[in-house]
Design a protein around this ligand. Structure first.
Ligand code: GN1
Ligand code: MG
Length: 365
């Protein structure tokens, strides 16, 4: 707590810190909402970056600055339609002008502006919400489309590179004894049956059919802020994983997160399914903005992206379970296994609808 207050004090520009509360439901970093007794902005977000996941947190804050500067310059030139509000979270600086502060225990702290008058949801409420989420991802890709990838550091090597997660899985398997349970046996088989195909996006990238671009990396449903008054999306938050990548990672991640009405934390994994109407609504929101950015090859790989990122997240959760929960925060020992089962069930549901999902994409391109 002492460090928390000390950290908050570094970034407050005026007033007095009156309250600090845990905020959101992130699986990696520790996030807090700071309240100020002040005439100006009343809140900001304070985060302790998980250095086991982000070994170079200074590059995370550096990317965020690059992004904020680029986004603010570019946003003027994008006409979204009358009266639409759009905000990019901005990094806050310490009195000495630094974008982070390291405490006496070596923890890395940073702060960002709070998006006021808006909230996010853990599942998609309705089709309109879905379209707004698609819109938000489209705005992000448009905003970043003229930022050279060289301007962004690779903050998380191997992120969304499925073959990399398979190698890690194999390493962990080689060291672990598989717990004897039907869920583990199922997961083990599930991965085994799909691993050959799991190179699909990386192969296309290596062959030059898909190109690197700045991506968000984590556009899940609760990273899109919805204006309380209008119901419109007004911001996409959690910019830690912004780096060069394939837009497919983003589209796949957004759809695997949003088209699962049971949510990724449900304990009832058998009931999980991929909802095609939500998928359509999200693409309807996304494609009008992203159309200029997407190539024929991009469209050709969209179905694979949707299937792959659900599978990949299941694989990441399952690996972490086998490794003893060292990456994702957990509330109990089987938590990551439960999360893996959800993503695997979702993958299966996507596979069972392959023809109709492909037809939907075809109709919209
Ligand atoms: C992690 O920490 P959070 O909740 O923003 C993870 C994402 C996963 C997500 C699943 C850096 O995001 O890749 O999709 O959990 N972030 C990192 O909820 O690994
Ligand atoms: Mg994240």
């Amino acid at each position: 707590m002492e460090n928390l207050v000390a950290a908050a004090d570094q970034f407050k520009l005026h007033g007095k810190v009156t309250d600090i509360q845990e905020h959101g439901s992130g699986n990696v970093n520790d996030t807090f909402l700071v309240t100020l007794d002040s005439e100006g902005e009343k809140h900001f977000i304070l985060q302790r970056i998980n250095m086991r996941v982000f070994p170079r947190p200074d590059l995370v804050t550096q990317n965020m600055r690059t992004l904020a500067e680029h986004g603010h310059r570019r946003i003027e030139s994008l006409a979204f339609g009358a009266g639409r509000r759009w905000e990019l979270p901005r990094p806050l600086l310490t009195e000495g002008g630094s974008d982070h502060w390291v405490d006496s225990e070596g923890s890395f702290w940073r702060a960002i502006t709070f998006i006021d008058g808006a909230k996010s949801f853990d599942t998609v409420k309705d089709l309109e919400h879905g379209r707004e989420i698609g819109f938000a991802l489209g705005v992000f890709h448009r905003l970043m489309s003229d930022l050279p990838t060289e301007a962004l550091a690779d903050t998380l090597e191997g992120f969304h590179i499925t073959p990399h997660y398979l190698r890690r899985y194999d390493d962990v398997l080689a060291r672990a004894t598989l717990p004897n349970s039907p869920e583990v046996t199922h997961s083990f088989r599930f991965v085994g049956e799909r691993r050959i195909w799991a190179h699909v996006l990386e192969d296309a990238k290596a062959q030059g059919r898909l190109l690197l671009r700045p991506i968000h990396g984590d556009p899940k449903v609760n990273n899109i802020m919805i204006d309380n008054a209008t119901g419109q999306a007004i911001s996409i938050i959690d910019l830690d994983t912004v780096k060069p990548g394939l837009v497919h990672y983003d589209i796949g991640d957004c759809l695997r997160s949003c088209c699962n009405p049971a949510g990724e934390e449900t304990e009832r994994w058998e009931a999980v399914g991929f909802e095609p109407d939500l998928c359509q609504a999200i693409l309807q929101g996304y494609l009008p903005l992203a159309r200029d950015v997407l190539t024929e090859n991009d469209y050709d790989h969209l179905y694979h992206a949707i299937r792959l990122i659900a599978f990949e997240l299941g694989l990441r959760f399952f690996t972490d379970y086998l490794e003893g929960n060292v990456y994702f925060k957990v509330r109990h020992r089987e938590h990551n296994l439960a999360r893996a089962l959800v993503q695997f069930k979702l993958t299966e549901s996507i596979e069972s609808q392959e023809a109709s999902i492909r037809a939907m994409i075809q109709d919209m391109r």
